[in-house]
Design a protein around this ligand. Structure first.
Ligand SMILES: Nc1nc2c(c(=O)[nH]1)N=C([C@H](O)[C@H](O)COP(=O)(O)OP(=O)(O)OP(=O)(O)O)CN2
Length: 135
């Protein structure tokens, strides 16, 4: 039997959906308002899920304070109040979609989370648009 624990965090960032190998017209057609040249912002909501067995000595799957600090130091500090396209090298060659952003976050967190725990996450770009990654 396994147990899942969750930690939620929030940060703001802006981005622009633009594929540089396409014409401006094609970008405008495919991405619409998300292609706006002066970028647009989102209040991102990240839910990180860890699944594993409860350690009988602590009663924890993992200390949520430790998880919270990992997310603060490595995700919020890196992306909060940033322009994903300009400030974040991860998106130099990658479109700043919620799908790609979710994998960027997963790849940052995975080495920081104990290997015996399964890592999943949901990234909300808006209240109604969100992406889930599960192991
Ligand atoms: N598969 C994806 N589709 C879309 C993404 C994405 O990252 N992956 N992103 C966008 C836009 O950046 C943005 O999220 C769209 O915002 P909006 O359409 O305004 O969404 P809302 O939920 O705020 O508003 P609704 O009118 O309720 O849709 C587009 N697509």
């Amino acid at each position: 039997m396994t147990t899942s624990i969750y930690r939620e965090s929030h940060f703001n960032a802006c981005h622009r959906m633009h594929n540089s190998i396409w014409s401006d017209e094609k970008n405008a057609t495919v991405f619409g308002l998300c292609n706006s040249p002066n970028y647009h912002g989102h209040n991102f909501r990240l839910v990180v899920k860890l699944t594993g067995e409860i350690n009988p000595e602590t009663g924890y799957v993992m200390d949520l304070k430790v998880l919270s600090n990992i997310i603060k130091d490595n995700i919020e500090a890196k992306f909060d109040h940033k322009n994903l396209n300009i400030d974040c090298p991860e998106f130099a060659t990658k479109l700043a979609s919620t799908e790609n952003f979710s994998w960027v976050i997963y790849n940052i967190l995975r080495p920081l989370i104990p290997q015996h725990l399964k890592l999943g996450l949901i990234l909300y770009e808006t209240d109604r648009n969100f992406v889930e990654i599960t192991e």
